[in-house]
Design a protein around this ligand. Structure first.
Ligand SMILES: [Zn+2]
Length: 189
């Protein structure tokens, strides 16, 4: 049996790309790059799973939305509220190849895609049962990609971070996140 492989696309959403509530420089380029990857080599993946930050509109999501000035470490400006344009996938991300859509952060911080579920209630770790290699791309390197990658190495044998297809908030924190992921067994490619 050939190894089962999957691609995890983390939070390529309008609020995390240029012009969004928590816009990351390079976010739109990540969206375009993932679309190109899916176009060129999408057949290599048995599963293509995308996560979306999907916060409740009527509460602070367990302190995730700042009351007052955000510290950008443990709390944040309002972003990715469920069913708003900010929570939608970036328009440059081609979504037809995505086999599973996972939503996270409903009433919670939800940094890791592994906290998320599909609309059918499937958890990411269950979707990845039998997957030997997981490629991870998306936004932001130093937050949700980091948290998702750290959870991934506990579940999947080979985790690869596609370094050309991630974008981070801070240069230093993104570098530190990749080093931490490497130390935990992920491979940066
Ligand atoms: Zn969030």
């Amino acid at each position: 049996m050939t190894a089962r492989t999957a691609l995890l696309i983390v939070d390529v959403q309008n609020d995390f790309t240029e012009g969004g509530a928590l816009g990351v420089d390079g976010g739109a380029a990540v969206a375009r790059g993932i679309t190109a990857l899916l176009h060129d080599r999408g057949d290599a993946y048995d599963l293509v799973i995308a996560s979306r930050d999907w916060h409740d509109p009527d509460n602070d999501n367990d302190g995730h939305f700042a009351q007052g000035a955000p510290d950008f470490v443990t709390n944040w400006p309002v972003h990715c509220v469920a069913d708003t344009d900010g929570a939608a996938y970036h328009p440059a991300l081609e979504t037809t190849a995505i086999t599973h859509h996972v939503k996270k952060g409903q009433g919670a911080h939800g940094y890791s895609a592994f906290e998320g579920v599909t609309d059918d209630g499937e958890r990411l770790a269950d979707l990845l049962a039998g997957v030997q290699r997981l490629d991870v791309a998306g936004i932001a390197t130093d937050h949700c990609v980091r948290a998702s990658g750290l959870d991934a190495v506990a579940v999947v044998d080979q985790v690869r971070i596609l370094s050309d297809l991630v974008a981070g908030v801070g240069e230093e924190t993104s570098h530190a996140a990749l080093e931490e992921l490497t130390a935990r067994g992920a491979v940066i490619v």
